[in-house]
Structures are given as structure tokens and as C-alpha cells.
Design a protein around this ligand. Sequence first.
Ligand code: WTA
Length: 676
Amino acid sequence: MDKKKSEEEVSESQIAVHWKEEDYFKPVPEFTAQANVRDDKIFERFDIKNFPDCYKEYADMLDWYKSYDRILDSSNPPFYKWYVGGKLNACYNCVDRHLPKYKNKTALHFVPEPEDEPIQHMTFQELYVKVNEFAALLRDFCGLKAGDTVTLHMPMIPELPIVMLACARLGVIHSQVFSGFSGKACADRVVDARSKVLITADAYYRGGTLIDHKEKADIAYDEALKEGQKIEKILIWERYPGKYSAKTPLVEGRDFIVNDIIKNYYHRTVEPEQLPADGTLFLMYTSGTTGKPKGAQHSIGGYLAYVTGTSKYIQDLKPEDVYWCMADIGWITGHSYIVYGPLALAASTVIYEGVPTYPDAARPWRVAEELAVNIFHTSPTAIRALRRVGPDLPQKYNFKFKHMTTVGEPIEPEVWRWYYNSVGKKEASIVDTWWQTETGGFLCSTIPGIHNMKPGSAGPAAPGIYPVIFDEEGNPLPKGSGKAGNICIRNPWPGRMLTIWGDDERFVRQYYQRYNKDPKSKNWEDWPYFAGDGAVEAPDGYYRILGRIDDVINVAGHRLGTKELESAALMVVEIGEAAVVPVADPIKGKVPHIFVSLKPGYEANAEIEKKVTNALANEIGPIAKPGKVWIVPDMPKTRSGKIMRRVLSAIANKQDVGDITTLANPQVVEEIQKMS
Ligand code: WTA
């Protein structure tokens, strides 16, 4: 890395904890005896010499109206088309096709946050009925058709997957925005997706409070209008059907209570649309290196095949499993591994409304006991929180997981071991799955029935995925070198997003430009996918992910762009400059600290700190609240005027600031250090 660059860049991997390689844990025979994948012939089938035909295996797990003519069209890299010429419907694959065998089996278990409300169970037949009725409403009341977009801002209630599947049935592209995001953040996504319909809920429980969610829809409407996008209809699901739980009034002709109008569509069925495999299933907005969140545009055929295949082989899902992924459907994990993957395999999937530690840290274990959950999936942040508050609680409950997943951030080996020993009771296999919003499904993970587990390492590449780690100059590091570099994927795979919604150029720039040597090349081998993560490959071929190397901070497994946070802070009148850095946190992995300098004439005070915090919460959502606001006399800068985030990061993380003699204003560093 050249010196100048290293001075200006701060990256999570630079400040990541570097733990040593751990010993293996072996999956228990009870697990391997029943596993979907029990021998490593799978890696022969998915060998690169069988690429791309190996991906027929995943497509064969789906039902097609029309079989595809070609597995992969890679004639225009990095824009790929999978299963070209094939026609299918994602909703049909997740619901209708299971009816002959499983219509009376539970598809969804809904666990309300208040513990005195009963768990609701919905069979595949009931899901089928509800999805059809809502699809009829979308088509006939909203006039939506294949290719239109619709924005969802829905909490974790069973109506969320119903809405998604109803959209998929019609070919309407859904864009679900995490319910914890603010009305403004929702508006930005409405505008970018050009949605005319917003689907939301009146209220939901979080941490013991019934939150008024409809008020965010009013803000989203106003803010979207300011940016030229008129939302014509707002559809509102009631948390308690028949009782409107929000304080905000309904706007005549714009706001509609779904639970009322759905009555006009009772008993209606809608034929699933026969859609092209490379059509769009949904958009999932995520933070990137520049300010504006981008819509990862996922396909119908490639995405569904990939999440179904990985759910079967890595989640080890079977129809008889009760599977609980505690993520939020507002993130990609929820789309791929709460809704589409599990339902495509006819598993029973659990939807939990609230926070894992409400009302206490034994809640997940009581739910697991009551529903006989046997596969569990959550994030290191949740595991850390449960471990800290209730380390001995899992053993007090009578549940037994055969398999557990961790996702979203690196997991510390100590925390992994607690997950294994206490939650898994030394019987469950664990998979540490590394992947991204953009990738649709898992990229690296052990296969639970064949590989040993290694705490702190995601594991080898998933079948059909060929990673390479490059150094800064673009030289591939030798396999198993144990050296840190930038992880890329050499080959295309079906789960990868089609593009960034409306911005092909940004798609190429962000994910492919870095290591592409010939922009005119029509050979996919010249287009490694740049993931934006630092990683190390150990001699055994296991990958350890170190964290983001770009301007993205991973807070409790949620991606936030530093630029998004900084521009929100700059909306406070007193603020002249802002810089955000990730700071290590024992529970959340990372939290953002924000450094601000004031415009001339203003004095630092607690009021300004509060304003900055509120600006971040209003513009983005409570997850963006900074761990600390530092009002500094000036930012440490290079002679060319760039803010030295590396120095700020070192101060906030209580580390050595290194050589600062080349700064334009080295004296300010000491002043800032005194503030910590
Ligand atoms: C990080 C979440 C370490 C990584 C599915 C990636 C991980 C970003 C892991 C994507 C893991 C995800 N170990 N780090 N097992 N899984 N990450 O788009 O930095 O919300 O780039 O997708 O999370 O976050 P995203």
C-alpha cells in the first residue's frame, strides 16, 4: 500500500481484532447421519471445470413452467443472465407447489413480542389463501402489474412475507425497507425505486412498547413528494385487526386499512405469472461507499435457485424442520433465509416480532422450547448480548438445536464457544456464513455435515464459489498464505444481484473496476467480484473475514455508510465538518463515533451533541445513533486538506496514532486526545 493512501484511509480490517487460528470442532454423528450433504463429492460436482453447468443442481430444486435454454449467458460481463429462457414463479415455488403434500403443515409461526399474546401458526394452505387475496388486492385495487415497483416499510409481522409473496406472484418488484429506518430513509428508497404504493403497518412492538409506525409513512409521503415522487396509495396493516393502533390520522383517498379492503378480495385466487428467470424479484437497499443507498436488484430464477440450494446444503433445511432465523426480514438475511429459501424447501419458518432480550435474555430459549425449534440462526451481536446478560440461561430450557448459524459480522472465538457449548449444548453444528446483500446467498461457510468447524473462521467457499484474495496492487495472494488482502470472487454465481437499480455504471465501478484489467473483455474470468471485505485464507482453505475495507461500518451486523452519517450530521446548522469512524464495541461489534468541527462563531455544548445524534436518528434511524459525538477544535488534516480518519479512529479506539508529523496541523491531535 502506498504511504499516502495508508495515511488517508481508515478501514475496519485495520482495526479489527486479529485472533489466532483455532482448533477444529467436529460435527456430531447424530447430525451428520441425517445431513442433506454427507460427502464431499459435492465439491467435485461443483468443481470449476464443471462451471457453470454445476448450477443445474440448484435449478433442479425448483419447479419451472418452461425449462431454460442456457444455464449462463456471460456474453456481456459483468452483467450475467442465469437460466436464460426459463420461466418460473417464486411464489408458486414457495407456496403452491407444497400444497399436495404439506397443505396442513405450518409454514409460518408468528411470535408476538408481548409474551401474553399467543403464538400464531399459519399452514401452507392458509398462507396460500392470504397470499392470493392480497395479490388480488394489489392487482385490482392498486393496479399493479409485473415489472412495477412497490415499497414496503413493514415490521416483523406475518403480513410481511404474505405481501412479498403476493408481489412475487404478480411479478411486482418489492422493496422492503427495514422498519427501524426513519420516514426520511424510507422516502429516499421510495424515490429511487419510483414506487407509487407504500405498504406499511399501524404499529408494532419493540422492547415492550407499541410503536406508532404509521407516522413514518406520513413523513415518507411528504419527503418523497419534495423529491418529486408522489405516493398514490398507502396500505396499512393493523397490528390488531379491526383496531387502528396509531395516533396519526388517516388521509382520505390516500391511506387505506388493508384489513378492511381485503374483505372485498376474500376467496379470490390469482394465477401466478409465468416470469422470465432473469426478471427482477426484489430490490434491497444497502449502504455503499458513496452517500446514497443503492438498490441491489435481485433476479427471480438465479436468486431463488441459489437461496434454495444453499438453504438445503448449508442451512440443512428439510420440510420437517422448525427453523428460526432471528434476523429482520428488512435485511437480506431475512429475505433469503427467513422467507424465500426456507419456504421454497417447505420448512416451517419462525417470525419473531421483537428484540431477543425482551422481556429477558431467556426469551429465545422459551420460544425454542415451545415451538421445538431445531435450527437456529442469528448474529454475533445477538449472541454477545444473550451471553452477557444470561450466560447460564440456555441450559435451563428444554430445547435442542441440531444446527445453528451465525451471520453478519466476524464472531470472536470466545463468543463462538459459548454459542457452541451453551446454546448448542455441544450437539449442534455451527455454520459461520459470510456473504452480502449483493450476493443473494452464502459465499463462504462450512457445510455442516462434512466439514469441521473452526471458531472465528467462516470456512471454505460454498460449492461453486471460487474466491481469490488480492493484495493492493492486484496480485493474487498464494492460496492459504495466511496474509490479509481484499477478497474477491473469481466467477459469476446465480445469487448475485443483476445490477444496482438504475445505475449500471455504479455497479461496474463499485464491484468490478478495482481488479478488472481489461474493461472490454468479454470473458468472465477477467471480472473478479470485489466484495469490499478484508480476509485471510489459512492453509486449510478456511477464510477468516476481517471486516470492511471501504467506508462502510458494520454496526450490530447492519451496514451503514460513513458518508450517509456524515451528511446527516452536516444538516445541523452549527456543524462545519464531520467524520465518522468505527469503534470496537463489546456487544455491537462496531459503533460509529462522529467527530464534528463547528462553523466559526459557535461554541461547543451538549445541545449541539444532542442535535447531531438526533439528526442521525431522524435521517437514517435509531441504529445510526453514534456511540459518541466528539466536538473537536479542528480535524487533523493532511497537507492537501483531507481529514485523517486513521488518526481519529486510533484516538477513538484508544490506539497509538502513529506517525503524525506529515499532518498540516499535528498539534490538534493532542488536543483531541485530551478529550477522550
Ligand atoms: C459482513 C449480511 C464476518 C461483511 C449478510 C460483509 C461478515 C457485510 C459475515 C455484508 C461473517 C457478513 N463474518 N463478516 N460471517 N457475514 N459479514 O450486506 O463485512 O448486510 O461485507 O449482508 O457484513 O453485510 P450485509
